[in-house]
Every structure is written in C-alpha cells, then in structure tokens.
Design a protein around this ligand. Structure first.
Ligand code: FAD
Length: 496
C-alpha cells in the first residue's frame, strides 16, 4: 500500500475525456486534491469523435418516434422533457460563457407529406423548447411553406420537392472543437492544483483500509477515498478491474461520420433529415466543408482503434444521396471519415441505449466510494461535473479552500499558440494537430501545416531533425488509419 503522502488524493478520476476534464476542474475549484489518469491522450475517446452539436434538444422530441407513440409512453415523454431542459440550460451556459468555442449555423429540417411529423408538430416542439428556457439564447425558429420564395438555397438539392409539406429552420450551435474545450478545462484544473497524467492507463483498483489504490500501467500507484470512473465506453471494464461483476451500466453505440465538399448553397447551413430507417441524419457545415452522420450500432469490439468501414461509408453516402439525389456522391467525394463509441446508458427497454445521464453509485456493487457515469454528452459536461461535485461532497469534505473555475481563458494565436500547445503534455504531432490546435479538422486535415507545427514545437519538446521527420510520417499514417478514406469505388454504388 502507498505510504508517500504526495501520492494520496481526495479524489482520483479515471478518464480524461470531456467529463473527466470538467470534473477535475470543478472538483479542484471546490477545494479537493484531484488526480486524473487518462490511458491515451486527453480527450481522445468519444469526446474527439462526436457530431460536435450543441443540441437545442429537438432530437429528444423528434427522434423518429411518432407523436402518438410518444403520448402512449408518458414515462419516456417525461424523461425526454427532462433531457430537453438539461440541453437548453447547457446550451445557454456554453454559448454565453465561451462564445468563441462554438459556432452558430442555420439548421434546416425538411418535412415531407409521408413523414412521422407535420410542420406544426415542429412549431409545438419549439414552443416546448422555448418554455424550458424562456430568456435563453435565441432559437430563431422559422417555418416555410413548400413553395415559399425565401426557402434556404440548399432546398433546391432536396429530393421529391413535390412531396415537401414544408421546411423549418432554427439556430443550432456546434463545438469548434470539443477536444480544445476539454484541454482548456484540464489547464484550469492544473492551475487549481490538480495532478493530471495522460498515457497512464489505470490497470487495477484495490480497496485497502477504506482507501482505493489505483495502479497505473507504469506500475506507479495513487490512493484516494473517492474514485470517479469517467472512462466513457470503458466504464464497465474499469469497474470490473475493481472487482465488480455487476450488470453492465453502459451500452456502447458506435457512430461514423464522413466529411464532404458540398455545393455553395449549403454554406453555413446544416440539414437535419431522417434516414430511411427513420433516424436523424445530420449534414453539418464545418470549416468550409460539411460532414454527414451518423450510423448507430451496438459496439462490442475494440473501442480505442475503431474506424469507419467501407460498408458504413457506403451507407452514409447512400443516405445522403437519398436526401440530395442530384449530388450523386461517390466514395471519391469522401475527404475523410471518423468513428467513435458513444457511452450511452444501458437500458433493457432500449437496445440502442438510453440518453439518460446517469451517475451510478457503485457501493451496492461492493465498490464503496466509486461513482461511474454513463450517457453524459459533451454539451452537459459542466452540469454533470457539478452533480459529481455534489455526490463527492456527500462523502468527503474538501481539504483546501474553494476557488472559482475559469471558463474563458486568454487565447493566443500563430506560433505562440503552437508553443503553448507544446506545454500541454503532447507526446506526438497528432496530439498537437488533432486535440491541442485542431488543425487536423481542416479540409486538408492540417497536412499543409504539419511541418511548420512540428518544427515550431520541436525545441520545446526536445525533438531533433529525425524525430520531426518521423512525427510527420506518423501523422500522415495516423490520418490514413484513423480517418480513412474508403477504398476504390464499390462495384454497385447506390445512387438513388
Ligand atoms: C458518433 C458520436 C456522436 C456524438 N454526437 C454528440 C453531439 O453531437 N453532441 C454531444 O454533446 N455529444 C455527442 N456525443 C456523445 C459524446 O461524445 C460523449 O457522450 C462524451 O464525449 C463522453 O465523454 P466522456 O468524457 O464521458 O468519455 P470519453 O470522451 O470517451 O473519455 C473517456 C476516457 O477514458 C479513458 N479511459 C478508458 N479506460 C481507462 C483506464 N483504464 N484508465 C485511464 N483512462 C481510461 C479513455 O481513453 C477516454 O479518453 C457523440 C458521441 C459519438 C460517439
């Protein structure tokens, strides 16, 4: 067992995604001595692979379920309304406190005669949204008749104009980009006294004398009375490493996106349509191009190395072509793809997982002092962190005075930004490009800037000439693997 006091903390956090980062920030501000271990790079799990939407909550009211079905299931409706309220409050807080980390867009939703919804259902849904936050950030809801002269220009690419019963549009925000928001929270946590380690997998949790002892992959150990298991899609395996054999709390759902260059009529506009399974299909504007998502499948394989398959890419292309037939998109149009695993909440009634945000107290599973989280999206990370602080407070008093978290830190740009990123514990050029600087999300995935970034950061990171060359090569290979383009055209690509 650990005798060194420097390895003893009030709270240990497993997982450095958006929820781990935000929990570390809020707990450190509340006066707790915090340790956080992340097995890969910070914010490299689901937090780096989402649709990046700061949803207003419409998806919970229009998830493809018919209004009659919603009314027949009051418990589900009650849950949906609760989640809508959480989303709207989170939207207000994030847009108002970090306006330069989110981007507004006009989200258009075409409504067809044969759809589950009528345009007036949408009007009703937006009234409900507004009621949950009457003075919050504007929704800019607008309803168009199918023959209106002021229909958004992208509507000319929509399928079956003669079957359109109308269109609605509203203001939605996107995180640009979530990994940076996690890194900002981690910087603040460090500033408030937290100890943070990336590339430090927690391999074992043992209980000794009322404390949890966490063993990291390098053999080092830390102890704490409280552990927050915020390991995303890995929460159940982390609980198992502490000796729990309780039923799974997480339902991992994989999702794929593809990036495309669309005609200029789409600029600044997103489309919220329904695919042929009746599920939402998002087409989102992003730094001069668009991306489309997403697939939804229960996931059981490797969660870290997941990539989009040709089959998934073809399916997304076919669904996008179904919405916009004249685009005639093929595999050649795919700039890049990515895949992630969403740690949703396990619920026997919902095979594709429940979106209910749940904090599980694992005491009943024989793990006193361990809490785990499922279903916590990016957009509610601060609210979840505050709820976690409240749960920790029930067990433990803070050992230090309280401070305030700082959400909006001073920004730098150009080479100063690269040098600052080099102080944020990157191990590779990919860590810099993807998560700290975000250039990897440009249409060329940052390839035109990779050398400059590597050479500018090299002195601070102790990289010599050959290491710089190796990092550039590794970055190119990383893009080829993790963000793969599909192989040459499939024999019978669907273009209906
Ligand atoms: C395809 C897709 C689309 C989505 N779209 C949206 C969206 O539009 N808007 C939105 O708000 N949310 C969206 N989400 C959900 C959101 O991305 C996740 O809910 C959120 O990122 C979860 O954050 P997290 O910190 O809990 O988990 P993660 O970000 O997965 O972080 C968990 C971390 O734990 C680490 N870890 C695992 N095991 C260990 C261990 N033993 N030791 C140490 N560390 C460990 C992992 O490496 C990982 O980095 C989407 C998710 C997916 C996959």
């Amino acid at each position: 067992m650990i005798s060194d006091n420097s390895n003893h903390f009030d709270v240990a956090i497993v997982g450095g995604g958006i929820n781990g980062a935000s929990a570390a920030q809020h707990l450190a501000a509340a006066g707790y001595r915090v340790f956080l271990a992340e097995s890969g790079d910070f914010a490299n799990g689901a937090s780096a692979r989402s649709s990046r939407l700061l949803h207003c909550g419409l998806r919970h009211l229009a998830d493809g379920t018919s209004p009659a079905e919603i009314i027949r299931n009051p418990l589900r409706l009650f849950r949906a309304l609760n989640t809508v309220r959480e989303d709207m409050i989170a939207r207000d807080e994030i847009v108002q406190s970090i306006p330069d980390r989110v981007k507004p867009m006009t989200f258009c939703l075409p409504v067809y005669r044969q759809d589950t919804y009528r345009p007036w259902h949408m009007g009703l849904a937006f009234s409900v949204l507004r009621m949950t936050s009457p003075r919050g950030v504007a929704l800019d809801y607008q309803r168009y008749r199918p023959d209106a002269a002021n229909l958004p220009p992208l509507s000319r690419h929509l399928r079956a104009a003669d079957q359109l019963s109308g269109m609605v549009s509203f203001r939605e925000y996107m995180f640009d980009w979530p990994e940076r928001i996690a890194l900002d929270a981690l910087n603040d946590a460090r500033h408030l006294g937290a100890e943070l380690r990336n590339y430090a997998k927690v391999t074992r949790l043992q209980r000794d004398n009322g404390l949890w002892c966490l063993t990291l992959q390098d053999g080092s150990q830390v102890s704490s009375p409280v552990v927050l298991n915020l390991a995303g899609a890995w929460v159940d395996s982390v609980s198992a490493s502490a000796g729990s054999n309780a039923a799974a709390r997480c339902q991992p759902i994989s999702g794929v996106h593809i990036a495309l260059k669309l005609p200029e009529e789409f600029d600044g506009h997103g489309v919220f349509a329904f695919n042929r399974l009746g599920e939402p299909l998002y087409c989102l504007p992003w730094r001069g191009h668009h991306y489309v998502g997403l697939t939804r499948r229960p996931h059981s394989g490797d969660r870290a190395e997941i990539t989009a398959t040709d089959e998934e890419i073809d399916w997304l292309l076919a669904e996008t072509n179904h919405c916009f037939p004249c685009l005639g998109l093929t595999r050649k149009d795919v700039l890049y793809s990515w895949a992630g695993v969403n740690p949703l909440t396990a619920d026997p009634a919902e095979p594709l997982g429940s979106r209910e945000i749940k904090i599980h107290d694992l005491e009943a599973d024989g793990l006193p002092g361990i809490f785990s989280l499922t279903g916590g999206p990016i957009m509610t990370h601060r609210r979840v962190a505050r709820r976690l602080v409240a749960r920790v407070r029930e067990r433990l008093k803070p050992s230090r005075p309280e401070q305030s978290p700082t959400y909006d830190r001073r920004r730098v740009s150009g080479d100063a930004e690269i040098l600052q990123a080099a102080t944020e514990a990157p191990r590779s050029l990919a860590d810099l490009m993807m998560r700290r600087l975000g250039y990897g999300w440009d249409p060329d995935q940052g390839l035109s800037r990779a050398r400059h970034v590597a050479e500018t950061a090299a002195p601070a990171l102790g990289w010599g000439r050959s290491r710089v060359e190796q990092e550039i090569e590794d970055y190119i290979n990383h893009l080829k693997d993790a963000r793969r383009r599909p192989s040459a055209e499939a024999p019978s690509q669907e273009h209906n």
